[in-house]
Design a protein around this ligand. Structure first.
Ligand SMILES: CC(=O)[C@@H](O)[C@H](O)COP(=O)(O)O
Ligand SMILES: NCC(=O)COP(=O)(O)O
Length: 250
């Protein structure tokens, strides 16, 4: 089964925030993406609101509830009390917890699940009260002990951080080696009963190789590369291109 595509709207919001104007509209581009068959929408509201604003969350929630009830809303972020509060209000279908420091320019590493066991267990217990599926951001080379700790925290899935994979766009042999490593980590996660998502710097060009190593990949969340393509092909056609790259017959 092809991995489901969740369109990350961060870059759209970042472009919008350049001016005190309401376009490009996060809601409108999100609607186009869902109309084109994206399975869901992803946002990562960072503390400084550099792109997604806290006020965007109810707008996206309403878009899905009112017009695309089969779609999923995935909210990513560090489990601060404020972030958990935003998630409890928005009741997304999935929350992806990432170990980001507010000062980070982007997400660039997964959790140390063993060292953060208590924080993750506490957070997941709070979010599970709203029946939210929990995914935890994981390094592509996370070992069995780390993945066992992720499972023991109560998580449903991990999201494999694919930044190094995407960043090896001009080193084909390195990219193949990283894809194989990601596949091994995914296989261990599946053995432990964890679902596997993936995200960061994925593109139409690099998705097929990744998918070939992770046959049970549940979902990919994609923003930067997808938004870049949307500038050239338009959002609707870009979503169809990415769905085909995920293995869907579109
Ligand atoms: C967790 C992850 O890898 C991305 O979803 C993240 O949302 C990217 O954040 P920026 O869009 O702020 O770079
Ligand atoms: N979790 C990854 C995501 O949502 C988007 O990452 P990117 O495609 O913007 O690198």
């Amino acid at each position: 089964m092809a991995a489901r595509l969740s369109v990350n709207l961060n870059a759209i919001a970042q472009l919008r925030n350049r001016r005190d104007l309401p376009w490009p509209s996060v809601r409108h581009l999100g609607r186009i993406a869902l109309e084109a068959g994206a399975y869901g929408l992803t946002v990562h509201p960072r503390p400084d609101q550099r792109h997604i604003r806290f006020s965007d969350l109810p707008v996206i929630r309403a878009l899905i509830d009112d017009e695309f009830p089969q779609a999923e809303f995935n909210i990513e972020g560090f489990p601060s009390d404020h972030f958990i509060g935003l998630c409890l209000e928005s009741e997304p279908e999935q929350v992806t917890l990432v170990p980001d420091d507010p000062a980070q320019s982007t997400s660039d590493h997964g959790w140390d699940f063993i060292a953060n066991r208590d924080l993750l267990k506490r957070t997941i217990a709070r979010l599970k009260k709203k029946n939210v599926r929990i995914s935890l951001f994981a390094d592509g080379d996370a070992g069995r002990a780390q993945l066992e700790a992720a499972r023991d925290s109560g998580a449903d899935r991990i999201e494999l951080y694919t930044g190094p994979y995407g960043g090896a766009y001009d080193q084909p042999e390195q990219q193949k080696a990283i894809a194989a490593q990601l596949g091994e980590t995914a296989a261990t996660a599946l053995e432990l009963g964890l679902g596997v998502n993936a995200g960061h710097d994925l593109t139409v060009g690099n998705l097929p190789l990744l998918a070939s190593h992770i046959p049970h990949l549940c979902e990919v969340s994609i923003g930067h590369g997808l938004t870049a393509d949307a500038l050239e092909y338009g959002m609707a056609e870009t979503v169809r291109r990415f769905r085909r790259a995920c293995g869907e017959h579109v």
